[in-house]
Structures are given as structure tokens and as C-alpha cells.
Ligand binder design. Structure first.
Ligand SMILES: [Zn+2]
Length: 250
């Protein structure tokens, strides 16, 4: 018999109740809203305190080769602040690493682990680092460093430069998951909150939202696409619309 029963035979996790403290760790401004915007908005309405961490500065988020990147970084911070307000998040942490150049390191893992120890979230949401064919290096690195940071944060003897107590979140939820096993149901009200939050990222309208900010028709096309994406919950979970996650129990 394998002695490590927790690894090999994990107990089914209890259903997730509304967390008091939530931490999202996204590579770029808008990642958390794409991945979990509706769930975050509902949790915020139900009293959760939500902190959004943005790991990079968003400086590559344009298709214009002559873009003023310094101005773009500031604009995207403002957009993220507006989007946080739209979902009801209370805090944002901008880590400011260079967009597109994020590399995995112990320093990055420790930076995130210290945030987890300090903020003591019950739920950490981030990218699925094991999503097959995930092309964006920042998404892969952020997801992996975040999962590793949870492990580091929970271990009493692991690194804590700030001398913070260890903290074990109840759940990690990976958005855009390769093998989702958890759904948070979304109704029209929170679907609309998610869209509103995404539309705050107007600098990304062309690059990630099919130019949804340009005309009502293009916005409708974008909304329909998002709705279709979120209705994958019907076949997988028998839920009319939802945000899908891989859920890990640290
Ligand atoms: Zn991203």
C-alpha cells in the first residue's frame, strides 16, 4: 500500500462555501476577469474580500509597434482599478514584472508566497500551468509559481523572508483549466458584471475582445462568444452557464 494516502487517494473536497478572503494571481491586467470575473463578483456581493495580484506590467499589450509603452502601463493600471471596482475587489497588487519576459524563479515564488502568508486567503485563483498548448509564457510561469507559492506558504519551515506565519489556503482554483473538475454557476446578472469588468480593459479591446469597444454589434459578438465559452458547463456539469476550474486542495 502506498503510504502517501493524501497524494494517491485524495478525499473528495467539500463543496466550496463563499470564502472570506480571496486572492487572484494573474499574469496581466484582465486575466482574473476573463478567468473568474463572474465568480469574483458574486463572492464580493456575498461579503468576500478580494485582492487581485497582477504579476506583470502589461507593457506588451498592444499590436501597435509604435505604442508608448510607459503610457500603456499606466493606462492598464487605471483599467485594472476600474475592473476591480466592477467586480467588487477591494485591493490590487501590481508586481510590475516585465510583460512577456516573466521567468520562473525562487524569488518570484517567494514573492507570491509572502503575499499568501500576509493576506491569508482561503481561495487562491490563478492560471492552469498544465493547460496543454498554453502558448503565453507569462501564463505558464504565473500559474506554476502561484501553485508552488501556495505549497511554500503552507509549510511552516519554508521560506518567509518577512517572518510571516505559514498559511494553508483551502483551495486553489485554476482557470482555463485543462481538465476542469469544478464549476461555479453564473447567472445573467454576474455574466453582465464579468463583461462590464472586461470592458474596463479598453486598451485590450482589439487584442483580446474582437474590438468589442468599437461598435454595439462587435460587443454583442464578444458577449455571445463569452456566453458560448461559459456554457461548456452544460455538457460537463449540467449547469446552464458557469466558470470552470481545476480545483486543488493544498
Ligand atoms: Zn494574460
Amino acid at each position: 500500500m502506498n503510504p502517501n494516502l493524501y497524494e494517491e487517494l485524495p478525499a473528495a473536497p467539500t463543496p466550496l462555501s463563499v470564502p472570506e478572503r480571496v486572492l487572484t494571481i494573474g499574469a496581466h491586467p484582465d486575466d482574473a476577469e476573463f478567468g473568474a470575473g463572474a465568480t469574483l463578483a458574486r463572492w464580493a456581493d456575498q461579503g468576500a474580500k478580494i485582492t487581485i495580484v497582477v504579476v506583470t506590467d502589461g507593457s506588451k499589450g498592444s499590436w501597435d509597434p509604435h505604442e508608448d509603452q510607459v503610457a500603456l502601463v499606466e493606462r492598464r493600471k487605471d483599467e485594472q482599478r476600474a475592473a476591480a471596482t466592477a467586480v467588487g475587489a477591494s485591493d490590487i497588487v501590481f508586481l510590475g514584472h516585465t510583460d512577456g519576459e516573466l521567468e520562473y524563479s525562487g524569488a518570484l515564488r517567494n514573492e507570491l508566497a509572502e503575499l499568501i502568508r500576509r493576506l491569508e486567503p482561503e481561495v487562491v485563483l490563478t492560471h492552469d500551468p498544465w493547460q496543454r498548448y498554453q502558448m503565453h509564457p507569462d501564463h505558464r510561469v504565473t500559474g506554476l509559481a502561484s501553485v508552488d507559492a501556495v505549497v511554500s506558504a503552507r509549510e511552516p519551515l519554508a521560506h518567509s523572508a518577512a517572518g510571516l506565519d505559514h498559511h494553508r489556503p483551502e483551495a486553489i482554483m485554476l482557470w482555463s483549466a485543462d481538465e476542469p473538475d469544478h464549476v461555479e454557476s453564473v447567472d445573467d446578472r454576474y455574466f453582465n458584471r464579468k463583461i462590464d469588468a472586461l470592458m474596463c480593459h479598453s486598451s485590450q479591446s482589439v487584442t483580446t475582445m474582437g474590438d468589442a469597444a468599437a461598435t454595439p454589434e462587435l460587443r454583442l459578438q464578444f458577449e455571445n462568444k463569452m456566453r458560448e465559452w461559459m456554457q461548456q458547463s452544460i455538457t460537463r456539469f449540467d449547469v446552464p452557464m458557469g466558470e470552470l476550474f481545476k480545483r486543488l486542495t493544498p
